[in-house]
Ligand binder design. Structure first.
Ligand code: HPA
Ligand code: ZN
Length: 331
């Protein structure tokens, strides 16, 4: 595979999942937050997950170190720095506001910090950006609506609304009203579905939430009618291969269904999800896919093109970025 990563859009990235162990300890020290680990090694030793919820326990616990707008800005800027080095030219990133407001951090503090780093990204990193606050699906619908109302009142511009956290037992149907309201306000709508949850959750995300992209969606392959629908509508799936292996959604990267998904005509993109927890950033996912699944130069090119087409960018910016892919593959 070519040495330099292709220009790519990252569409499935949780900002809080970019907190590296060293950053967690640094923020804990600067904010005087006590953690149950003494050093980076003790923390890193906990990065062994049985499933999504065992990861989420650590992911939420480590958020205790995020206190100020500056912390959120620094976290976001560190991600953008690393992403730019890995070929990312556009990033539509998730944040989990309820995980912060639930522990007493003001929504404005979160949005102002993240928003300032994202706004500076085009000039600082050459990356265009969009912010997608996510509903925590294991909290109530009224909590979700309160978060959405707060986001809509904020001066910080958001691109859309998402749905994440513990999937099984929390179907998309729980949040129909919240997503209706977001859609009426002109926000894009995306949802995690079909990661650990069944294909019926993907149907619900499409039919009840108006989801324009499905995050993960790997379990869609269990339902041929659903695959046909996703192919026909060209609904993108934001797949996260290293995440799937680390959360045991897929037992071995060599058996990841991504090549089959591409063969079946699904609009698949590759993303890093929570790169600090799952063993790598977007370019690391591509390198691993090449080694384990034989994704070659033409597969990598298709995935890069899909990522631009699956983004919420306008057509003019999409054309600019697709032309950069053309230039990269012919150079
Ligand atoms: N799935 C659901 N919720 C999440 C994830 C994920 O992979 N990462 C962070 N929140
Ligand atoms: Zn995710």
């Amino acid at each position: 595979m070519s040495a330099a990563p292709l220009p790519t859009a990252e569409l499935h990235l949780h900002l809080e999942g970019t907190l590296e162990p060293s950053t967690i300890l640094e923020f804990a020290e600067r904010n005087q937050v006590r953690l149950p680990y003494r050093d980076v090694d003790e923390l890193a030793a906990r990065y062994e997950f049985a499933d999504l919820s065992s990861f989420l326990d650590l992911y939420y616990a480590n958020m205790a170190t995020l206190r100020t707008a500056q912390d959120f800005a620094d976290m976001t800027d560190a991600y953008l720095t690393r992403a730019a080095a890995g070929g990312v030219v556009h990033a539509e990133v998730f944040v989990d506001p309820q995980a912060h407001t639930a522990r007493g951090i003001a929504l404005e503090e979160v949005l102002a910090g993240v928003g300032s780093a994202l706004a500076a990204a085009p000039s600082v990193h050459g990356i265009s950006t969009g912010l997608i606050p996510c509903v925590l699906r294991d909290h109530s619908a009224s909590d979700a609506m309160a978060m959405l109302e707060g986001v809509l009142r904020s001066d910080v511009q958001v691109l859309g609304i998402g749905l994440d956290s513990a999937e099984v037992g929390h179907p998309p149907s729980k949040f129909t009203e919240v997503f209706d309201r977001a859609g009426a306000e002109g926000l894009h709508r995306v949802a995690h579905a079909g990661e650990e949850g069944p294909p019926s959750y993907v149907w619900e995300a499409l039919d009840l939430l108006g989801a324009e992209r499905i995050d993960h969606g790997v379990r869609s392959l269990e339902d041929d009618e659903l695959v046909a629908r996703l192919v026909r509508q060209r609904t993108p799936l934001t797949v996260c291969p290293l995440s799937n292996v680390r959360l045991r959604v897929i037992d071995d990267l060599a058996r990841h269904p991504l090549p089959e998904m591409m063969r079946r005509g699904l609009v698949v993109t590759v993303n890093s999800d929570d790169p600090a927890y799952f063993g790598g950033y977007l370019d690391d996912n591509m390198t691993a896919l090449h080694a384990a699944c034989g994704i070659d130069d033409s597969g990598a090119e298709q995935l890069a093109r899909n990522s631009i087409e699956a983004s919420f960018l306008d057509d003019a910016r999409k054309r600019v970025l697709l032309a950069r892919i053309d230039a990269a593959v012919t150079s």
